[in-house]
Design a binder for this molecule. Sequence first.
Ligand SMILES: NC(=O)C1=CN([C@@H]2O[C@H](COP(=O)(O)OP(=O)(O)OC[C@H]3O[C@@H](n4cnc5c(N)ncnc54)[C@H](OP(=O)(O)O)[C@@H]3O)[C@@H](O)[C@H]2O)C=CC1
Ligand SMILES: CC(=O)C(=O)O
Ligand SMILES: [Mg+2]
Length: 413
Amino acid sequence: MSDFKQEALRYHAEPRPGKLSIEISTPAETQRDLSLAYSPGVAEPVRAIAENPELAYTYTMKGNLVGVISNGTAILGLGDLGPLASKPVMEGKALLFKRFANIDSIDIEVNTTDVDDFVKTVENIADTFGGINLEDIKAPECFEIERRLIESCNIPVFHDDQHGTAIVTVAGMLNALEIKGKAIEDARMVCLGAGAAAISCSRLLKSAGMKPENILMLDRSGVIHSGRTDLNEYKKEFAVDTDRRTLADALDGADIFLGLSGPDLLSPELLAKMAPQPIVFACSNPDPEIKPEVAKAARPDVIMATGRSDYPNQVNNVLGFPFIFRGALDVRASAINEEMKLAAAHAIRDLAKMPVPEEILAAYGVDKMDFGPEYIIPKPIDARLLNAVAGAVARAAVDTGVARVALPEQYKV
Ligand SMILES: NC(=O)C1=CN([C@@H]2O[C@H](COP(=O)(O)OP(=O)(O)OC[C@H]3O[C@@H](n4cnc5c(N)ncnc54)[C@H](OP(=O)(O)O)[C@@H]3O)[C@@H](O)[C@H]2O)C=CC1
Ligand SMILES: CC(=O)C(=O)O
Ligand SMILES: [Mg+2]
């Protein structure tokens, strides 16, 4: 086993197993403290909430608590390895919520692949939380699960692999296209993968101006075209009239490769077929569709992003979900709508054009980071993301009427 793999296991095992702990936020030392925290004092908020459920936001941690909920059917790009094996990823998402947006969150792994069962389980516990982040649930089930939970829950329900990924991808893509000097309306994209992330990214790219006829999507059976009879309703949305059938056919002259599929599926020979200054977002985790060093050797003109922290241009939903939920929770939004998503994408995009603070350069061990092919998107540790993205989301929630409390001062511009 490599040193890095051993270190990763040790990181998860020490100083105690896992990556999270729960802390007490009120005094609990004296008889008086205990009388207030538990019996008899706890009866007062119980009675208050029973009379007015909104007071759960005042007297419990609900308003700053997000459930990270999975059934482990699409764990990163590792596939369906079951709910328990997804726990390190879900604890990781909770770590990121806390680290980047001071949101308390807890992971819940649900042991079912049945849509009705999953939906019922989440519905039954939803009131515990201020928001629900669905994670690593495979397509097509994820679409029905999210739709039904959005309908039945009165808190934001957000499938991160769909919308978190789409928001960050659109932010990075608009910047990559700007650097390439190509309008999104004219860009031709090949999307490898037709699951949760691919469908949602392609939908949001269309909302941002990409033409449906300029998107060729592929699944394991090749190009999704209108002659296919094996397509579910989500894939059908992307079926086009075309003679192209294979990834090689699709990539001929394409401007963009968006990979949301699996490891090492884009060869240097196929990359060579793309248009000048190709944009390659190889976003599969942990192993991208093509490694940046391989892509750059084949195409020195490539604008390249991956989902990983150890290469430039990390296009990963970590840049989105902590800040999006921060904004949504702060205005007690009932939903995370399209306007909020596009506002988040533009806020992330715009931040990449601002001068990069010293502490970020130091953390990444470089002398400079300037907007360009090696820096199309901010780093997750950029502290400015919090106010920029959460503020944009909160303002969009207020503007579109889904906020249930007024805009906090810190988000007023
Ligand atoms: N960077 C980021 O922020 C994110 C990256 N991702 C990555 O995207 C990938 C997909 O995740 P998600 O959408 O949640 O999973 P899903 O299970 O919903 O979708 C997987 C999709 O990939 C396709 N696929 C798998 N292998 C191949 C192959 N050999 N050739 C063509 N298509 C293939 C599947 O095809 P078929 O439909 O035929 O089965 C399916 O459409 C993962 O690698 C994940 O790590 C996901 C979310 C965020
Ligand atoms: C980043 C992420 O959510 C994924 O790869 O599934
Ligand atoms: Mg995921």
